[in-house]
Design a protein around this ligand. Structure first.
Ligand code: ADP
Ligand code: MG
Ligand code: MG
Length: 499
């Protein structure tokens, strides 16, 4: 067939798709003149696959979908086909994972560095200030974390002009989608196998994604370090969580493969039910908590009252393994990222020159707002910068003309508020036409991608027990949208097709 066909795109307009058959080997990005009938089959089959394999989230149109499992499920937003990514930069991102793990651990032990780096931010940002208060309290009481567990995700974009892999941020708390990202890789492999003749793509070019099994392994090893066979892993959750299945995937692997029990508690429940024994043991009801895995507690909204802060402090005081500890949490702030990018700072924490060079190579431009030359330039050319507060979870950054306006306002006010932000070089990845699936509808649009590399780190007083890269998360978003959160509704889950 050669007649033009139509597909809806996100804005509600329709876009013409030339219908031709392709069956030679080619990068995924060349596949966007596929036959409409074929696309419709891919769409249908991928929706069935998602439903049958648990690639699902709670549907925001169903009220109980964030609290009751099995009610109001919808497929997670995903890309119909995997995103091309160059193999060398892929390897580079994977190699960085253990180095960042080690860096986080070293930085977390330097209490003065954390307090000093965040000292001005503390005055401008009440949330960071509360975290720092807990950190100070633990220092004063002489609390030491001997078993340290990090489940991180370092996010990157590939800058189109320079081809450089540049770090967006390093998440040390609540790194999301270790569960669902694995399923998307499997979905894409399955589609590529099933439509081998039509697509001409090789499913083996999609790297296996082991995020969920390796995260479960790290949690199990931490649980073993705690060394109480009757103790459980506690997942700290938000009262309503539509991304609960991502979390349940991890808990289910913990139970079925490792026979480790998890319980889910909100910060409010932990405050109400938690008891700290004199030896530091944390009890919830009559259960001893071996490991605390935070999938909440990273945003101000998670602390609506003093109860939630009391819960955070109670956990920090306990002997349970915290993922993350308050120090690991603070190490993942954007301000610390910016401080680490200053000359000669990495050298304070790492000895290996090659490792330092590898990290530095992936650092984008990062500046504090007391850098007046940069602020001046950002006011003149705001499109080349992103302004970031100390927040997590997407949707908090400032872009474009708002950067100029905000910087000018801060200058006029002359307040301390500027210390709440950092400035970052804006990265411009290659824009690729993509099929994005949301709510059972396929949208064709121009999109850019962000690669997240999961990693796990576990050590005790004597030894590093685990320091590994653990699978990946590809997220693809419409290029006209500034932010990239899947849960926040800007992006879809994707996987990597190595080229
Ligand atoms: P959060 O902790 O809220 O996820 P991020 O630093 O990851 O904060 O920013 C959110 C999103 O904003 C990213 O997923 C990415 O899409 C976009 N973004 C962040 N920094 C940059 C940058 N320097 N250049 C281009 N886009 C960026
Ligand atoms: Mg983040
Ligand atoms: Mg992010």
């Amino acid at each position: 067939s050669s007649s033009p066909m139509f597909l809806p795109i996100q804005s509600g307009r329709v876009e013409e798709i030339k219908t031709q058959y392709h069956n030679s080997t080619k990068p995924v990005s060349d596949l966007h003149s596929l036959d409409l009938e074929l696309i419709q089959r891919l769409v249908y089959d991928s929706l069935v696959w998602s439903s049958l394999h648990g690639l699902v989230v709670g549907d925001k149109n169903v009220q109980r979908s964030g609290t009751v499992p099995g009610v109001g499920m919808v497929h997670a937003p995903f890309a119909l086909l995997p995103m091309s990514f160059p193999e060398s930069q892929w390897r580079q991102a994977c190699e960085l994972a253990p180095i960042f793990n080690e860096l986080v651990d070293r930085v977390s032990l330097d209490a003065n560095f954390l307090q000093e780096s965040l000292s001005r931010t503390k005055k401008a940002d009440a949330f960071t200030s509360r975290l720092l208060d807990i950190h100070s309290k633990m220092l004063e009481s002489g609390k030491k974390e001997e078993i340290r567990l990090g489940l991180h995700r370092s996010d990157y974009m590939l800058d189109e002009q320079t081809k450089l892999l540049l770090q967006i941020e390093l998440n040390t708390i609540s790194s999301s989608f270790p569960g669902l990202s694995c399923l998307v890789s499997e979905l894409h492999r399955s589609i590529l196998n099933q439509y081998k003749e039509h697509l001409g793509l090789d499913s083996r070019r999609i790297p296996g994604n082991t995020a969920v099994s390796q995260f479960a392994e790290a949690l199990t090893k931490a649980w073993k370090e705690y060394n109480n066979p009757r103790a459980v892993v506690m997942v700290v959750v938000q009262p309503e969580e539509r991304n609960m299945y991502d979390q349940h995937w991890l808990c289910s692997v913990l139970k079925e493969r490792h026979d480790v029990t998890t319980i889910r508690k909100t910060l409010a429940e932990i405050e109400a039910q938690g008891v700290l024994l004199p030896d530091g043991t944390l009890l919830i009801g009559n259960q001893v908590i071996a490991v605390i895995y935070f999938r909440a507690g990273y945003a101000p909204i998670d602390y609506p009252s003093e109860s939630e802060w009391r819960a955070r402090e109670l956990m920090e005081q306990s002997s349970a393994v915290k993922c993350p500890s308050i120090s690991y949490h603070l190490t993942g702030t954007k301000k610390v990222q910016q401080e680490l990018a200053k000359p000669n700072v990495l050298e304070r924490f790492l000895e290996n020159k090659e490792d330092i060079a590898k990290l530095r190579k992936c650092f984008a431009g990062l500046w504090s707002l007391d850098d007046s030359n940069t602020v001046k330039d950002a006011i003149e050319r705001p499109e080349f910068y992103v302004m970031k507060p100390q927040r997590e979870g997407g949707g908090n950054n400032i872009y474009g003309d708002d950067v100029r306006k905000t910087l000018l306002r801060l200058q006029v006010e002359g307040s301390e508020e500027d210390a709440a932000y950092i400035l970052m070089q804006r990265i411009f990845p290659t824009i690729v036409p993509t099929f994005l699936m949301r709510d059972g509808i396929c949208h064709k649009d121009h999109a850019i991608s962000e690669l997240g590399i999961y990693s796990a780190y576990l050590r005790n007083k004597e030894n590093v027990i685990m320091n590994e890269q653990c699978g990946y998360l590809m997220r693809t978003k419409v290029s006209s949208s500034n932010e990239g959160g899947v849960a926040a509704g800007f992006a879809v889950l994707d996987s990597v097709y190595l080229t």
